[in-house]
Design a protein around this ligand. Structure first.
Ligand SMILES: NC(=O)C1=CN([C@@H]2O[C@H](COP(=O)(O)OP(=O)(O)OC[C@H]3O[C@@H](n4cnc5c(N)ncnc54)[C@H](O)[C@@H]3O)[C@@H](O)[C@H]2O)C=CC1
Ligand SMILES: CC(C)CC(=O)C(=O)O
Ligand SMILES: [Mg+2]
Length: 395
């Protein structure tokens, strides 16, 4: 039987995006070369700041069309300056940075929000459960606080403050953004959280985060989450936390939020960066942005669905061009892509195992090869080299 072909659109983006994307695409290429059942066809498109330079807009129509036809999308970030050179090969990939700063009329981030909205990717899955005993020495938290944290943030991605009506400039004296949520938007993201909670055995508890003591949109959020779970998923438990308190709990006693952390767009953006403190670096955490609950290949009704897979970090202008960015958040995003969009669970697990082995201390049977954010000396490429080498032995 001839191998099944999948089309993967790669959007390196800006800043460290091209660097970290280069390592993740090596991983996908290796999976493709090794497999007898699948062939991954990777194609790169302009996106973010680089696309502004070349096409005058961060999300050109040709890039969007390619994404709409793709089986999955792997995204880096956005950055300042030197990007367009990078984008012509795999060795450079994220979105946003000083060159197209907050005051610019056309900004790379508009491309990111635009593509999420255009593809209807309302469910952003951000697991923060990659800590291992070996990584515990790199977290700024006390090891006993970080050990055993197992949290998946489910962030609503195409509603709320980032998409509500706003007055950008007005008369120059005032500006506003608005946080709007409808019942339907809260119901559908609650169902995603519930299905992720139910995929675990035993089912995970759900922790819903809002600011219901102040915001009307949060009061609607809390009511709809409560009602949807009670009506459709009575077997699941849910508690509610105000976002300010949740931010404190994530660093003071994160295990209290073990399970599924369900929240709206901006709170999820902020809290998920905070969760990266637990494994020790923002550069470690992956994400999947989907138009529904992630399909699991173990589910008899499994149907691969497209999505955008990207690390949770940005273009890191402060380290762009230095070759020291941690590629692991992007490589783990590629593992999520294999699992959720292509149904390649075995290959996804192999990638995760290779990453863990490369990061772990020799005393834990690993190589202890890490970039500077985890107090290592390895370059982005050296980490990628070792992951590819270990992965070869696992596939
Ligand atoms: N999905 C996306 O494309 C995102 C884009 N951005 C954009 O990125 C730009 C920079 O934003 P920042 O606030 O600086 O956030 P950032 O996430 O780019 O960087 C925050 C800090 O974490 C470090 N860091 C991030 N990723 C790392 C990695 N892989 N390895 C080692 N260290 C890493 C950076 O060096 C920096 O010190 C902005 O234009 C922002 O809009 C920010 C977040 C997500
Ligand atoms: C442009 C921002 C909304 C991107 C971001 O910070 C994120 O998605 O984590
Ligand atoms: Mg963010």
């Amino acid at each position: 039987m001839s191998p099944k072909s999948y089309r993967i659109v790669v959007l390196p983006g800006d800043g460290i995006g091209p660097d970290v994307i280069a390592q993740a695409t090596r991983v996908l290429e290796l999976v493709s070369e090794t497999s007898t059942s699948v062939k991954l066809i990777l194609e790169s498109h302009d996106f973010g700041g680089c696309a502004i330079d070349k096409h005058g807009e961060p999300l050109p129509a040709s890039t969007l069309a390619a994404c709409q036809q793709a089986d999955a999308i792997l995204l880096g970030e956005q950055n300042p300056g030197q990007l367009c050179d990078h984008i012509t090969d795999w060795n450079t990939g994220s979105v946003g940075g000083p060159k197209w700063g907050p005051e610019a009329k056309v900004r790379p981030e508009q491309g990111l929000l635009g593509i999420r909205k255009a593809l209807g990717l309302y469910a952003n899955v951000r697991p923060a459960n990659f800590a291992s005993d070996s990584l515990l020495s790199y977290t700024p938290l006390k090891p006993e606080i970080a050990r055993g944290v197992d949290m998946i943030v489910i962030r609503e991605l195409i509603g709320g403050l980032y998409f509500g009506p706003r007055q950008e400039q007005g008369d120059g004296d005032t500006a506003y953004d608005t946080m709007v949520y409808s019942v339907g938007e809260v119901e559908r993201i609650t169902r995603v959280a519930a299905q992720i909670a139910l995929a675990a055995n035993p089912p995970l508890p759900i922790h819903s985060i809002d600011k219901a003591n102040v915001l009307a949109s949060s009061r609607l959020w809390r009511r709809v989450v409560t009602e949807t779970l009670a009506k459709e998923y009575p077997q699941l438990t849910v508690d509610h936390h105000l976002v300010d308190s949740a931010a404190m709990i994530i660093v003071a006693n994160p295990k209290k939020l073990n399970g599924v952390v369900l929240t709206e767009n901006m709170f999820g953006d902020i809290l998920s960066d905070e969760t990266s403190v637990i494994p020790g670096s923002l550069g470690l955490l992956p994400s999947a942005s989907l138009a529904g609950a992630p399909a699991l290949v173990s589910d008899p009704s499994f149907k691969p669905t497209s999505g955008i897979y990207e690390p949770i970090h940005g273009s890191a202008p402060d380290i762009a061009g230095k070759g020291i960015a941690n590629p692991i958040g992007t490589i783990l995003s590629a593992a999520m892509l294999l699992r959720y969009s292509l149904g390649l669970e075995k290959e996804a697990q192999a990638v995760e195992a290779a990453v863990r082995k490369v990061l772990d201390e020799p005393s834990a049977g690993g190589y202890g090869i890490r970039t500077a954010d985890l107090q290592g000396k390895a370059t982005t490429v050296q980490v990628g080299d070792k992951i590819v080498e270990v992965l070869k032995s696992l596939l």
